[in-house]
Design a protein around this ligand. Structure first.
Ligand code: AMP
Length: 188
């Protein structure tokens, strides 16, 4: 299965990505984590993206598209969290999969009011201490989401791929909702 998780930061995508990957035997691909690893390793990529990530700004599409193309090479089933975040990235992913004769099975949209997302991010900030969890960077990330990622949600809605999820529920309830939807995908 090839799955995308879309939704604001703080909507629980990362937690669900881990559960989905374990339950269905998929590769979990998290672009934010890939970038944080690159920054920690001080690689060339890490040095290029460090200040953008820490400020909560998006990394340019060409860099991200290259990264994801390499990461997807030879991968059969995946759950992708954090990509695509712009229409340009979405079109690049669609083209890449079309070239390979593949298509997405479902795009889950974690629907969560922005104020709840902000509250969750502020709580996580004190728990995890991520470098981009300052109030300024959180505000910037949510603004980027609204401006650049919401159009991606509409893109997949138009393509008939979007599966909305009630992201304000408990982890178990959200996972149950996802499993139900995936049972239907598997039965197709
Ligand atoms: P995340 O862990 O998904 O919250 O991502 C953390 C940060 O990594 C984001 O705020 C961006 O700075 C950067 N990032 C992750 N994925 C992407 C992407 N697909 N496009 C651009 N920037 C990204």
């Amino acid at each position: 299965m090839k799955l995308l998780l879309l939704g604001p930061q703080g909507s629980g995508k990362g937690t669900q990505a881990a559960r989905i990957a374990a339950e269905y035997g998929l590769d979990k691909i998290e672009t934010g984590q890939m970038l944080r690893d690159a920054i920690a390793a001080s690689s060339e990529l890490g040095r290029r993206v460090e200040s953008l990530v820490h400020e909560g700004r998006l990394v340019p599409d060409d860099l991200m598209t290259e990264l994801i193309e390499e990461r997807l090479e030879g991968v059969e089933g995946f759950v992708l969290d954090g990509f695509p975040r712009t229409l340009g990235q979405a079109r690049a992913l669609d083209a890449l999969l079309a070239d390979l004769g593949k298509e997405l099975d479902a795009v889950f949209f974690f629907d969560l009011p922005v104020e709840i997302a902000r509250g969750r991010l502020l709580t996580r900030a004190s728990d995890e201490g991520r470098a981009d969890d300052t109030p300024e960077a959180i505000a910037q990330r949510l603004a980027e989401y609204h401006e650049k990622t919401e159009p991606v949600v509409e893109h997949y809605r138009t393509l008939g791929k979007l599966v909305p999820v009630h992201a304000d529920r408990s982890v178990n309830e959200v996972f149950a909702e996802i499993q139900q939807a995936l049972d239907q995908v598997a039965a197709r």
